[in-house]
Ligand binder design. Sequence first.
Ligand code: F6P
Length: 517
Amino acid sequence: MLPPELTTHGARLGEARLRALMAADPGRAASLLMAHAGIELDCSKQRLDRASLVALVAHLEGLGFAARRDALLSGGIVNASEGRPALHMAYRHGARVEGSDAERLVDQTQAQTRAFAERVRAGDFRPGGKPVSRVINIGIGGSDLGPRLVADALTHHAEGGPELRFVASLDPSDLQHAVAGADPETLLFVIASKSFSTQETLMNGQAAREWLAGHVGEAQAGRHFAAASAARDKAVAFGIDPANVFDFPDWVGGRYSVWSAVGLSLETGLGPDVFAAFRDGARSMDEHFATAPLERNLPVVKALVDFWNRAVLGHPARCVAPYSARLALLPGYLQQLEMESLGKSITPGGEPASLPGGALVWGGSGTEVQHSFFQWLHQGSDVTPVDFIGIARHFTSDDPRERVLAANMVAQGAALLDGVQLPAGDDPALAAQRSMPGGRVSSVLLLEALTPATLGALLALHEHKVFVESVLYGINPFDQWGVELGKVLTKGILDGELSGYDASTRAMLARTGFVSD
Ligand code: F6P
């Protein structure tokens, strides 16, 4: 339930004019602007004031947040439905696990993946007798989205090394595209799968192996594979050399796994030092999350703002618009992180949650999306808060294109805020259609520059933000039971278990040849 105090603030601010809020309190902007680890968070265009922010912080504290955060960071069982901690921060030394088995495993795995990546990069790992020229990551969900985003964002930081490709879809063209133009003898496939039983990943792994066997022979094909998995035995049974199977413990959730051995393709393609800098940036955000006062704590304040918009002001979605082509995959990555974590409506006690759970997250790369769905943001009947992700260096770049990109981001925030009311003039109907309501809120996350460290900090900020939101919504952010049913039914259909389906589904199966009706 929302405490009455938040409901009262919501009623007071829900229709407030943003310009009026700014005029009423000149100190407001400063209280809604904060920075850490090369990232500035600006929430001054949100329909919030200092009193409501204080009330939100008090509400979070009242939910026992300090103890919940402590449990998270020290390896408590925060994922109750699966009886596990969530210790992905251990991979960036941002958790309090000194002397534990978790720390030993992290240190050991990191030494192993670094050594492997260095061998590959030095041309000393030669599965086909030649240096590896291309690494192809095969995975899906968290075993794909994080590595794919980081690879795309940081290719300009790679110091030589093999090129990186990704395969996630069961559409055969995905694998065909990934191997196109490559010398099979120079390929390394990394199968990233915590369970090593995900259907898409296993079928793509098998297809890759068969394709390779056709070129280098069955006996040689297995040598071109490495894996990151919690199911070592299954990876070995697949035919991967045990020395090339890197552990992915069950206390790392798939969508939180890019820091772990799942980052093997990144460590190999971008280089171990780039990957370490990425983790260091995340650790800096971990430390900030653990120690900064709540009202100046970036993940906490971002969570409070997103909760305010969703649960108090009733906006069911949030748009993420990175103004950097290198961050074009960020909306998809955040979609999994946030929606697989917060898309729930039952509490850990099994009761229906009294609050709605996390918002729908969607978006795309600015300025391209200005020329598509931004129309809906400006004049559609639904109000959707926007997160602009920008790069500060673009504002002073020597390249005019970067300055224009940055200026567009600022202009969009201002346009959403103020809108425009055109005078009726000779054609009031046209003036009305060309007017924009304004009053539409946005936040900005401004990275000093896009570096391995700021990207790491940006992702860690969102991970912790999701945790804070889970406390506010009263749900477990670390399980994902909702994705299981579809997997079970798919298997049943493929195994010929076709009874019990509704008429529409039966008709579809009949049309597509799975069953005769
Ligand atoms: O189906 C969802 C999911 O369980 C994600 O949480 C996970 O990232 C993905 O599948 C892949 O799972 P795995 O790494 O076990 O192949």
